[in-house]
Design a protein around this ligand. Structure first.
Ligand SMILES: Cc1cc2nc3c(=O)[nH]c(=O)nc-3n(C[C@H](O)[C@H](O)[C@H](O)COP(=O)(O)OP(=O)(O)OC[C@H]3O[C@@H](n4cnc5c(N)ncnc54)[C@H](O)[C@@H]3O)c2cc1C
Length: 413
């Protein structure tokens, strides 16, 4: 059996929740290491131009704030909403570069899979027997070289943004989609900035009915005001105006304003935007002579074709559960979130993330001891996750892990 310190902790992902877990872990005395596939805050960098709907005061974790304050960091003004890039540059990068975490955050280190050394998912072993087998991580560097690392506790905070859903009907790729996916987009693109040339004066087909799609549509409508000839066709499954995730009398005013603007676009506020509800995507084709896409849509009135120069699919994101397939996780058949948390979320009877609690460590625990899925990934395919809840999850889980590892239980130094 590999020699592994009882205080060793591996964290997957250097997003806001993974770094909050690491900040609290070092405060508690863990030998913590964070493995990040890309750069620090990689997923937020991908939507760096997007303004968040929560203010700074709800966006920075308490342990992160404490750690940064020791380096003289001042919290940004509480009521302004940061962009994804601002959160990375003003919080996550300084955090990862701090004296406490510098040698503990390993970027360009992709965790390929995790298991327990010498124990399989199906072995008939008790919790205590499984604890005798440390977690085993296969970590890959950009050159493809693999290392094996071990830890006594494991936190998966690898998010869902890197695993976008496909556009096709029934949730599987539409005909032709898998082939064309590398040249289409699956994220809320910066259509007015970096990707301007692709969309200005052209027609873009946007598929999706959640916050990412609304964000993309608002940006395309703004681009149309700046660049004549810009057009957008907006396709949703829902056949009535409105969006998944929309809350009546939203307490987060920036989110309420986002959806209100989306509804205005559906109602015809921009001549450049045409909304087509009640559509399932059947297939995509690409004509390499005209450089145009053709999507065939299933509607109540029959098949319908839409042509466009670009396609942006914003149909949500889901967890990569293959990472921990050899660990014991009871997944929800609907959301792929850990079952107890999925049931608690459903039982909460609201999708307003502001009023949903973190539910406590027992709900976050898996059949696999000392393994926790935290942050956006803990919600599976549901998009209702709020960073503030993720930071509460971290506080509760780290206290439990510290108790198990015999470290001090106080959450403050
Ligand atoms: C456009 C957008 C706007 C949002 N706005 C808000 C908002 O205003 N307020 C709010 O509270 N929430 C918001 N959210 C929701 C949520 O808070 C964010 O998605 C947030 O980034 C989640 O943080 P996280 O740390 O859980 O995961 P992520 O930020 O997704 O971080 C996961 C990290 O894990 C890394 N990773 C993935 N796989 C591996 C692997 N195999 N090995 C190693 N590393 C890996 C990724 O590269 C990434 O850096 C928004 C989400 C989106 C998409």
């Amino acid at each position: 059996m590999p020699e592994t310190s009882l205080h060793s902790l591996a964290v997957l992902g250097a997003g806001p929740v993974g770094l909050e877990a690491a900040a609290l872990a070092v405060e508690l005395g863990f030998d913590a290491h964070v493995f990040e596939r890309g750069e620090v805050g990689d997923h937020l960098l991908a939507w760096g131009h997007v303004s968040m709907f929560t203010p700074w005061s709800m966006t920075v974790g308490p342990a992160s704030s404490r750690l940064l304050a020791r380096d003289g960091w001042g919290a940004p003004p509480g009521d302004a909403c940061p962009t994804g890039l601002e959160l990375v540059e003003r919080v996550l990068q300084p955090l990862a570069a701090s004296a406490s975490l510098k040698s503990r955050v390993h970027t360009h280190s992709q965790v390929v899979q995790v298991s327990r050394h010498g124990a399989r998912k199906s072995d008939r072993s008790s919790v205590e027997q499984r604890r005798e087998h440390p977690f085993r991580l296969i970590v890959r560097d950009p050159g493809g070289r693999e290392s094996v690392l071990h830890a006594r506790a494991l936190v998966d905070a690898s998010g869902t943004f890197g695993n976008p859903n496909r556009a096709g009907t029934g949730g599987i790729p539409a005909r032709g989609e898998s082939y064309l996916a590398p040249q289409m987009s699956y994220h809320p693109d910066d259509v007015r900035g970096l990707r301007r040339e692709r969309h200005a004066g052209r027609t873009t087909l946007v598929i999706g009915g959640g916050a990412s799609a609304v964000t993309t549509m608002i940006a395309l409508a703004a681009l149309a005001r700046e660049a004549p000839g810009t057009r957008a066709v907006w396709v949703t499954r829902r056949d009535t105006p409105g969006f998944s995730g929309e809350i009546a009398n939203d307490s987060l005013s920036a989110r309420g304003a986002l959806y209100a603007e989306g509804r205005a676009l559906q109602a015809g506020a921009s001549d450049a935007v045409r909304w087509q509800g009640g559509c399932e995507v059947e297939s995509f084709e690409y004509n390499s002579a005209t450089h145009r896409y053709r999507a065939i849509l299933d509607t109540a009135a029959g098949a319908r074709a839409e042509e466009a120069d670009q396609v942006i699919v914003n149909c949500g994101y889901g967890p990569d559960t293959s990472l921990y397939r050899e660990l014991r996780v009871h997944e929800c058949y609907e959301s792929l979130a850990p079952m107890k948390l999925a049931a608690a979320l459903r039982g909460a009877g609201t999708s307003d993330c502001v009023s949903i609690p973190a539910f406590g460590v027992d709900v976050l625990a898996n059949p696999e001891p000392d393994f926790y899925i935290l942050g956006a990934k803990s919600y599976g395919r549901s998009s209702d996750f709020l960073l503030q809840t993720g930071y509460e999850q971290v506080t509760e889980v780290m206290a439990k892990l510290a108790e198990t590892a015999g470290l001090r239980e106080s959450l403050r130094p």
